[in-house]
Design a protein around this ligand. Structure first.
Ligand code: FMN
Length: 179
């Protein structure tokens, strides 16, 4: 992505408006997004590095991993922490709330794609730490489900080619039911 080319606010608002129309069991609307643009990306990058340093035993520490945590948030103009706000009475199973947030991310990705923006979801382990939860001002029961990157392609790059095995292997027409 071209990290210097900003995404106009109107486009970002439309993307987030569409995120807000994900399906939601019990109308709990569990999706929350903490959006980092401009200089705040640097603060996120520093927090990720510092949390990694403080939460990784010496024998498991990888300098390459830490460098990546510090570098990645600066590779896109917009990076958002995808969060789940757990409804207070917890009537809806957690898995359904996760599904709902995932649907809202898909709305984000589809809307971004429709205007020519790239999107990428990543889930560094470090997001599960209390330090990151506090940084993102999440409640005890809330979760951070990943970071979603949005940006325009660099002018000298082509959109990466998608790679999926055929859908035919993943569906079964249940005609036998009526036999
Ligand atoms: C919930 C979720 C978490 C993901 N986490 C990572 C990740 O941490 N690192 C990574 O390289 N890809 C991760 N991916 C995969 C990428 O977002 C992306 O889907 C994959 O690279 C294939 O690219 P494409 O979807 O553009 O075809 C994740 C996908 C999902 C749905």
């Amino acid at each position: 992505m071209d990290s210097e080319r900003e995404v106009p606010k109107e486009i970002l608002h439309q993307i987030m408006e569409n995120a807000n129309w994900a399906p939601t069991h019990g109308l709990t609307e569990p999706w929350r997004f903490k959006i980092f643009t401009g200089k705040s990306r640097k603060i996120l990058a520093e927090k990720l590095m510092c949390t990694y340093l403080e939460n990784t035993p010496e024998n498991a520490f990888s300098q390459a991993k830490m460098d990546k945590l510090g570098r990645n948030p600066l590779l896109a103009p917009v990076i958002m922490a995808v969060c789940l706000h757990r409804d207070r009475n917890g009537n809806i199973p957690l898995v359904e709330e996760i599904e709902s947030v995932a649907c809202s991310v898909q709305n984000i990705h589809l809307t971004a794609s429709a205007v020519g923006l790239g999107g990428f979801w990543s889930t560094p382990k470090i997001l599960e730490t209390n330090a990151i939860k506090e940084f993102l001002r999440l409640g005890n029961e809330d979760l951070c489900l990943g970071l979603f990157y949005i940006g325009w392609l660099k002018s000298n790059e082509n959109m990466p080619k998608g790679n999926r095995t055929p859908v035919s292997g993943k569906i079964e027409w249940c005609d036998f039911v009526s036999d």
